[in-house]
Design a protein around this ligand. Sequence first.
Ligand code: SF4
Length: 289
Amino acid sequence: MTKALLLYSKGLDSILVLKILEEQNIKVKTINFGTCFFDGEIDIGEDHLKIVKEPKYGRGVGMNPCRDCHLLMLKKAKEIMEKEGYDFIATGEVVSQRPFSQKKDQLLFLEKEADLEGYLLRPLSAKLLPETIVEKKGLVDRSKLYDISGKNRKRQLELAKEFGLKEFPMPAGGCILTDKEYSKNLKQLLDINPNFSQNDAKVLRKGRVFFEGKTLFIISRDEKEGEELKTFLIKKDVYLEPENFPGPSVLIRSFTENVSSDIIEKGKDLLIKYSKKIPKDFKILKYEK
Ligand code: SF4
């Protein structure tokens, strides 16, 4: 039985690919990569962080290094394919769906860079791309693949109907690296600390973010976020929370030396600024790790 490894984002395109391959009696294993910027089951966070800091093939509108990211995923998938004996890799990519990384020449370039020529099948656009080795060998029936291109999702929606899919996710915007505000903060973090960690990148997803020099302040927006912030505490961080009034928590992280008393005062000012009612005898608790 032919065995395929499918890069599975859980979006409609990859769900359709799963159906298309299963219709051809191909055994499909889905894999879903995750990092501190997007969720997934197989963690490739450390390798991905390197390309976010220094992408070889540029970025999109935000800090998103999409070409490098696709390439990394293909290389990781190739390792699994070879180790576990799959016949080919499939993706839900559609020619020209995204301007930055899915132009036809880009798809072919990445396939070559990942050393996967002939073994990477994009069933939704296969008829617009050169015939793969797996099609030539008859492991996949090319006549039952598609020639979809562009951003318009009409054909995918029709296909979903044909497959009897009643509920399916709309195109996901799951990667925070395409978010304008987050990217602005991440760029600033990269400038002040080129060696930033996954913890740094993750904590930037929380609360209101401020930088002062080489210090980062995160102000929680609600109680739940305040508790979450606490879980990010690492050595040298300072965490402030109100003791006798409702208000936000503040995480202070310095990328140079220890957090000075002036910086702690600044953190307390921010905590007060974002609290609604402050009693005269207000108290603020301070935690360090
Ligand atoms: S949007 Fe994010 S997850 Fe998607 S390819 Fe680009 S960097 Fe990777």
